[in-house]
Design a protein. Structure first.
Ligand code: GRF
Length: 212
C-alpha cells in the first residue's frame, strides 16, 4: 500500500475530495504553507495527520522548499499531490519529486496557466473551459497531462458560477488521477501519459450544441 502527501494553502476542497475517495493509500499526510488554511481543520476532522511549514518564516524560496521537502520526505511518499498549493516551487524541489509530483489546475492546459483562469476564460469568450491534472515540471502549470474535464461556458456565467462548474469536475478528476497513479497504471511515453486499461475513445463535446 502507498503513502500520499497532499499540499494545500487554503480551502482544501480538492484535498477533501481526495480524503473521501477511499484511495488505495495506507498513509495520507496533509501539509500546508499557511497555518490558517481551512483545509487543515477539515483534514484533522478526517483524522488525517497535518503539518504546517510556514513560508513566511523562511528567508528565501530555496530555504522554504528545503524545509518543506524535509517534512515531505519523512513521510516517504509514493505521490505528492498539490491541491490548491499557492507557492511556486523551485526547480530543485520539482526535480527531487520528478515523476511523483502532480497538480490540479483550473483550466484546460496549456490554455490559461497561472492565476485568475476563470476571469481570463470569460474575457476571451471561449466556449469550453475546464480543469487539468498533470505531472509537475519546472515550468509553471505545465507538464504531462493525466486527465482533463471540460465544461461549457454559459452566456450568463460570472467568474464565480464558472469556477463552481469547473470545481465540481476538479473533485471528480483529481481522485481518479491519484487512484490511477497509486494503482501504478500511469506511464510516461515520449513525455505523454499513458493509462493502463483506459478507453480514450469518447464522444465529442460541443458548446454551444451543433443542433441549436
Ligand atoms: C482549485 O481551483 C485548484 O484547481 C487550484 O486552486 C483551487 C484550490 O481550491 N489549483 P481548493 O483549496 O482545493 O478548494
Amino acid at each position: 500500500m502507498k503513502s500520499l502527501v497532499i499540499l494545500i494553502s487554503g480551502r482544501g476542497s480538492n484535498m477533501q475530495a481526495l480524503l473521501e475517495a477511499s484511495l488505495p493509500a495506507t498513509s495520507i499526510t496533509v501539509i500546508s504553507n499557511n497555518p490558517a488554511a481551512e483545509g487543515l481543520t477539515l483534514a484533522q476532522a478526517h483524522g488525517i495527520a497535518t503539518h504546517v511549514v510556514d513560508h513566511r518564516v523562511y528567508a528565501s524560496r530555496e530555504s522554504f522548499d528545503a524545509a518543506l521537502a524535509e517534512v515531505i520526505d519523512a513521510c516517504q511518499p509514493d505521490l505528492v499531490a498539490l491541491a490548491g498549493f499557492m507557492r511556486i516551487l523551485c526547480d530543485q524541489f520539482v526535480y527531487h519529486y520528478q515523476g511523483k509530483l502532480i497538480n490540479i489546475h483550473p483550466s484546460l492546459l496549456p490554455a490559461f496557466p497561472g492565476l485568475n483562469t476563470h476571469v481570463r476564460a470569460l474575457q476571451e469568450g471561449i466556449r469550453i473551459h475546464g480543469c487539468t491534472v498533470h505531472f509537475v515540471t519546472p515550468e509553471l502549470d505545465h507538464g504531462p497531462v493525466i486527465i482533463q474535464a471540460a465544461v461549457p461556458v454559459l452566456s450568463r456565467d460570472t467568474p464565480e458560477t464558472l469556477a463552481a462548474r469547473v470545481l465540481a469536475q476538479e473533485h471528480r478528476i483529481y481522485p481518479q488521477a491519484v487512484r490511477w497513479f497509486l494503482q501504478e497504471r500511469l506511464t510516461l511515453v515520449d513525455g505523454h501519459v499513458e493509462i493502463m486499461g483506459v478507453n480514450r475513445e469518447q464522444h465529442v463535446l460541443y458548446s454551444p450544441d451543433l443542433e441549436s
